[in-house]
Write a protein that binds this ligand. Structure first.
Ligand SMILES: NC(=O)c1ccc[n+]([C@@H]2O[C@H](COP(=O)([O-])OP(=O)(O)OC[C@H]3O[C@@H](n4cnc5c(N)ncnc54)[C@H](OP(=O)(O)O)[C@@H]3O)[C@@H](O)[C@H]2O)c1
Length: 222
């Protein structure tokens, strides 16, 4: 079974970004070199890295290892209709990206993605990307560890399905103050994916460059 670790930056008021639909790169800017090196070391230690389609739309991330030595994990993006901006960095830098779409993605959308360098498309699920199926497909190709960086909708879906083994949070020492800024868990637009009460145990707490980092594993039933 793939070990799934969520790795998120949270503000003091529990936000994933400073404002609604704003890039979490603003939070990354509060990281010093020591934290960036640690963070990218975590990426390098994973076989694959995943963010939700909206994070690609809003942040346009590269999801590569740049501040630490090591290899780039396979990038995995679930997007049910496959409608990602075709100019996205991670679709055009020539490094491997796997886009998981659902049955409702059109053949034209899939063809446009597959025409891009190093982009592979797989279908998992009918209406929404079925995450357990996607994980099975990843495991079959040798992925043993997966980092999920967000956003809140994808995280909600993973927690609702009990798929997360470890939570890592970087506690960025700023307050957003914006009630509309996205929180750690964002309700999914489709029913049946609401996380329920779950209990976690902190196994590590340390600081990197003045930023606290906490690590939790599942405690068992609440
Ligand atoms: N602070 C951090 O660590 C951090 C990290 C990452 C992102 N963020 C922030 O998070 C925000 C974006 O989060 P978000 O909640 O709007 O979106 P998200 O979680 O990044 O993406 C959600 C989208 O993924 C697609 N998806 C496909 N299958 C899914 C499934 N089974 N479960 C869940 N999603 C699925 C759907 O888009 P389709 O319509 O394409 O299917 C869905 O709307 C941005 O502001 C970004 O900056 C923060």
């Amino acid at each position: 079974m793939i070990e799934i670790t969520t790795l998120s930056e949270l503000t003091i008021d529990g936000k994933l970004a400073l404002h609604r639909a704003s890039s979490s790169k603003d939070l990354f800017d509060y990281s010093g070199d020591e934290l960036k090196t640690w963070f990218h070391g975590q990426r390098a230690a994973a076989d694959a890295i995943m963010v939700g389609a909206n994070t690609v739309r809003v942040d346009d991330p590269s999801l590569t290892v740049r501040y630490a030595p090591g290899r780039n994990p396979l990038r995995v993006i679930p997007s049910s209709d496959g409608r990602l901006p075709l100019t996205s960095v991670l679709l055009n830098d020539g490094l491997p990206t796997l886009v998981a779409v659902a049955g409702r993605a059109t053949a034209a959308t899939v063809a446009a993605l597959e025409a891009l360098p190093a982009v592979e498309v797989i279908r998992c699920g009918d209406d929404t990307v079925d995450l357990p199926t996607l994980l099975d497909r990843l495991e079959a190709r040798g992925v043993a560890s997966l980092i999920v960086e967000g956003g809140g909708t994808l995280l909600s879906s993973l927690f609702a399905q009990g798929l997360v083994s470890k939570i890592v949070i970087k506690h960025i020492a700023v307050i957003s103050g914006d009630p509309d800024a996205p929180t750690f868990l964002t309700p999914t637009p489709w029913p049946g994916f609401e996380p329920s009460l779950s209990r976690w145990r902190m196994i590590e707490w340390f600081a990197k460059g003045g930023i606290g980092i906490s690590v939790y594993v599942r405690q068992g039933p609440p």
